[in-house]
Design a protein. Structure first.
Length: 115
């Protein structure tokens, strides 16, 4: 499975930004796909995931502001980020885990929220 993110950039606090992650390869093997983020000097943390059964999971810090969705036909997962805060600044990574529990990562895309 290969994952390619797009859509990062610079936005002012309170603004919105959307991320996309296009999966290719053995996409039928994906069980859970979603987003993690890593701020400068911080650990990589879960942001949001969506399972093959369409169950979503969000970090408390983004619940109500971010929305994860997917387009199965396009093998793409999206992250709509609203009401962005400076603390949302990070490199956002697309992540997928298949049914054999193998993990796959994208290359990351920078999101910067200015105050």
């Amino acid at each position: 499975v290969q994952l390619v993110e797009s859509g990062g950039g610079l936005v002012q606090a309170g603004g919105s930004l959307g991320l996309s992650c296009a999966a290719s390869g053995s996409t039928d093997s994906i069980n859970v796909i979603g987003w993690y983020r890593q701020g400068l000097g911080k650990q990589r943390d879960l942001v949001a995931t969506i399972s093959s059964g369409a169950v979503t999971n969000y970090a408390d810090s983004v619940r109500g502001r971010f929305t994860i969705s997917r387009d199965i036909a396009k093998a793409t997962v999206y992250l709509q980020m609203n009401s962005l805060k400076p603390e949302d600044t990070a490199v956002y990574y697309c992540h997928a885990r298949d049914f054999k529990l193998f993990n796959y990562w994208g290359q990351g895309t920078q999101v910067t929220v200015s105050s």
